[in-house]
Write a protein that binds this ligand. Structure first.
Ligand SMILES: NC(=O)C1=CN([C@@H]2O[C@H](COP(=O)(O)OP(=O)(O)OC[C@H]3O[C@@H](n4cnc5c(N)ncnc54)[C@H](OP(=O)(O)O)[C@@H]3O)[C@@H](O)[C@H]2O)C=CC1
Ligand SMILES: O=CCS(=O)(=O)O
Length: 253
């Protein structure tokens, strides 16, 4: 039975991915910080497949190493790692952002992802043919926009780290993908605005954003491709989202 380790399984893409992989009979290792949500997910999905939940902050490298090195044999070898835990903060311009918010994004989206990848690589290499590392990047890693500052930069890191991992893993059979979604309706904007429900609802109102299930379907597709295929980067937007023109600063008329 193949197994998948999903970070950030307590919400959004991670939770939908847990449900999608469970439907296909995969064993699940689910992590996130919120214990009660992990418990609910375990209760829901353990009727279908073996489920191991681990309350974990990906920023804590010692905790990540201990948890992953202590995985029970029943969940090994690992077939897929989904590096999904992440967040954006402070949609304001850079000059108005608290330094702490930049640090939180770097610590989670970059250091956290690196922590989990480093601890998990030996497990993926044991079952390397057809194994996958699926990293959640973002359109923000490729396309700049006001208020994107460190969030976009952290996702650019995810893209380049994914490509560089591919180089090092050449010949092992382990695939690496930077999955880069555009606007998707999850708790992402609620987190970004520090709990502003109205701002979150307003962003998604009157348009058709991606849903968590759309991304889960792509993750499952990537993880189950024939083992000789690697999709390096997969960028997905809702049909109702596109780029905008360059902004120009002009003298007053
Ligand atoms: N929604 C969108 O528009 C897009 C999102 N993305 C990316 O997709 C990923 C998932 O986002 P999405 O599902 O939308 O957002 P959600 O806010 O719905 O989910 C984020 C998940 O990350 C977990 N998480 C956050 N910080 C930590 C941490 N320090 N340690 C462990 N887990 C953590 C949360 O769990 P908990 O709080 O329990 O720890 C939660 O399960 C992120 O990397 C995001 O940047 C990319 C493109 C578009
Ligand atoms: O990564 C999230 C999508 S967006 O808010 O940057 O468009």
């Amino acid at each position: 039975m193949p197994s998948v380790l999903i970070t950030g399984a307590t919400s959004g893409f991670g939770k939908a991915a847990a449900q999608r992989f469970a439907k296909a009979g995969w064993s699940l290792i689910l992590t996130g910080r919120r214990q009660e949500r992990l418990d609910a997910l375990e209760k829901e999905l353990s009727q279908q497949v073996p489920v191991l939940t681990i309350a974990l902050d990906v920023r804590d490298s010692d905790a990540v190493t201990a948890a992953i090195s202590g995985l029970p044999e029943a969940f090994l070898p690992l077939t897929c790692l989904i590096n999904n835990a992440g967040l954006a903060l402070a949609p304001e311009p850079s000059q108005k952002v608290a330094l702490e918010d930049w640090h939180t994004m770097i610590d989670t989206n970059i250091t956290g992802l690196v922590n989990v990848t480093h601890a998990t690589l030996p497990l993926l290499l044991k079952n390397s043919e057809g194994a996958s590392i699926l990293n959640l990047g973002s359109v923000a890693g490729q396309w700049p926009y006001p208020g994107g500052h460190v969030y976009g930069a952290s996702k650019a890191f995810v893209q380049q780290f994914s490509y560089n991992l591919r180089c090092d893993l050449l010949g092992t059979g382990v695939r690496v993908t930077d999955l880069a979604p555009g606007m998707a309706e999850t708790e992402f904007t609620l987190v970004r605005t520090k709990g502003n429900q109205e701002a979150s609802e307003a962003l998604y109102r009157g348009t058709t954003p991606l849903q968590a299930e759309d991304i889960a379907e792509q993750l499952f597709y990537l993880a189950t491709l024939p083992p000789h295929i690697n999709i390096n980067r997969l960028e997905i937007m809702p049909v109702r989202q596109a780029w905008s023109a360059f902004a120009i600063d002009r003298d007053p008329a």
